[in-house]
Design a binder for this molecule. Structure first.
Ligand code: LLP
Length: 463
């Protein structure tokens, strides 16, 4: 992401150091709808509200830090994906982005399927009433117990990730007297333009079976011979937080080429392909994500074209968006604790959470936005770094952003676009208590994941 190193205007040029930040915003009180959930707005008093409820009341009732999910926005995004892909395709929400039983019920009601990648996620999804045949089970090292649990539950598909797993799943299915529907996950060999830790289609990484050296074709050969397996398709997931459709198009082309090779070799036309998740969202105003209908159109066209060229029936397509559905729908609300201006550098604003509720900045060098939400301010913007309360200097929530220079302890600030991979990757570092997730809709707020308590911590400590 390219961001200007220097803010505009001579007044600032010698004040602000080199950094990733853009120029100070024209209006530090403005809320860019690109990064804030749909119903987030400033009320007449200057306070921010979501779902019709002001943040001061939310902080009062639920405490801080806390994640607030805009249910209206979540459902609208889920529906937009469902509608964009239509009846000839399936949308599997990737539960790893954020999972709770309320979320599963919303997805069920909106007609989406779900992808899980552990026994814990599977149990959660099943316990919320999602029909098993609408669940896909992923993972590069599923345990025997997890595979057994998934097959016994009757999941719609297991995505096979290695040669050992092909045999393992076939064996367990057979011993349970069933045939499991499976896909084979292939690595298509594209370099997705994203952080190295979240790119998954280049060859030198742990996921999938490589297309390039004939391994994927060999995996298909083996899967087709095993009685416990019903091979229904090929799966590819190229990475996460990707804006450029080119990688998906190359992946689609290569997956269809494999389908054609399978048809030529075995006389079998596999009926499904899954192109994974990974679509990027706006974390700052500099990001320009694609809309679901554009993505559906681009993927549909490429698959249809390639299949026509190879004289294949067009397979049923599925996709697995996680971040693109839940990411933009939530923000994290913090209370400002201490403020330290460092002369010639920047001002450090410490909040009551940190890397335990958002590890993404430390882990991926992720960019975030932030706003003062308990009031507006006419003060000059100041360059800040929002940091947490943990015992390390890498405990950064927002690297570089602008907040009003009259910011004071007790003010509420919020970081938008924290719906994905924040609560789901939250930790108890320094014995922090993981924050609650509160769903807000039409003037009502309810806890869907409660705040951890010290009793929760002590319950696990049995020594
Ligand atoms: N399908 C598969 C097989 C996946 O591995 C993933 C994400 C998804 C779908 C959903 O991807 P999404 O649409 O959410 O990008 N913790 C990292 C992201 C890791 C993604 C892992 N797999 C982050 O915070 O950026």
């Amino acid at each position: 992401m390219s961001r200007s190193a220097h803010p505009a205007g001579p007044r600032h040029a010698d004040v602000w150091p080199e950094g990733h930040y853009s120029a100070p915003p024209a209006d530090v009180n403005a809320l860019d709808p690109k990064v804030w959930a749909q119903t987030v707005t400033r009320t007449d008093t200057g306070e921010v509200s979501v779902g019709g409820i002001g943040v001061a009341a939310l902080a009062e009732e639920f405490g801080t830090p806390a994640y607030f999910v805009d249910e209206t926005d979540f459902r609208a995004r889920a529906r937009a994906w469902r509608t964009a892909f239509g009846h000839d395709a399936d949308v599997f929400y990737a539960g790893k982005a954020f999972l709770s039983r309320a979320i599963v019920r919303w997805l069920h009601e909106e007609g989406l399927n779900l992808d899980v990648c552990s026994g814990g996620e599977l149990t959660t999804v099943l316990s919320a009433g999602m029909p098993a045949d609408r669940i896909a089970f992923h993972g590069n090292n599923k345990s025997t117990d997890e595979i057994t649990q998934a097959i016994e539950a009757g999941v719609g598909r297991i995505v096979l990730d290695s040669f050992q797993e092909i045999v393992r799943v076939a064996h367990i299915a057979q011993s349970l007297g069933t045939r499991q529907r499976v896909q084979i996950r292939v690595t298509v060999g594209v370099e997705a333009h994203t952080h190295e830790f979240i790119a998954t289609a280049h060859e030198d990484q742990k996921f999938g079976i490589a297309l390039a050296d004939g391994q994927a074709a060999e995996a298909v050969r083996r899967a087709l011979t095993l009685d416990g397996l019903e091979l229904i398709g090929i799966h590819s997931h190229i990475g996460s937080q990707i804006f450029d459709m080119a990688g998906f198009e190359v992946a689609a082309r290569r997956v269809v080429a494999l389908l054609a090779a399978v048809r030529d070799e075995h006389g079998v036309e596999l009926p499904e392909i899954d192109l994974g998740g990974g679509l990027g969202i706006a974390y700052t105003s500099d990001d320009d994500p694609r809309e679901p209908h554009e993505i559906a159109k681009a993927l549909g066209e490429i698959v249809t074209r390639e299949c026509e060229a190879a004289r294949l029936r067009t397979p049923r397509i599925s996709v697995e968006p996680g971040r693109a559905i839940v990411g933009p729908t939530a923000f994290t609300l913090y209370e400002v604790g201490t403020i330290k201006p460092l002369e010639g550098l920047r001002t450090y604003v410490s909040v009551d959470g940190g890397m335990s509720d958002n590890i993404r900045t430390a882990l991926y060098d992720a960019e975030y936005s932030v706003a003062l939400v308990s009031r507006t301010s006419d003060a000059e913007p100041m360059l800040v770094r929002v940091v947490g309360k943990h015992c390390e200097s890498g405990d950064i929530v927002v690297k570089d952003a602008f907040l009003p220079s009259d910011l004071a302890p007790g003010d509420l600030i919020a970081v938008p676009a924290t719906g994905a991979y924040c609560r789901s990757m939250a930790s108890n570092y320094n014995h922090a208590l993981r924050p609650p997730v509160v769903a807000v809709r039409d003037g009502e707020a309810r806890v869907i994941v409660r705040r951890e308590t010290e009793e929760d911590l002590l319950r696990l400590d049995v020594g």
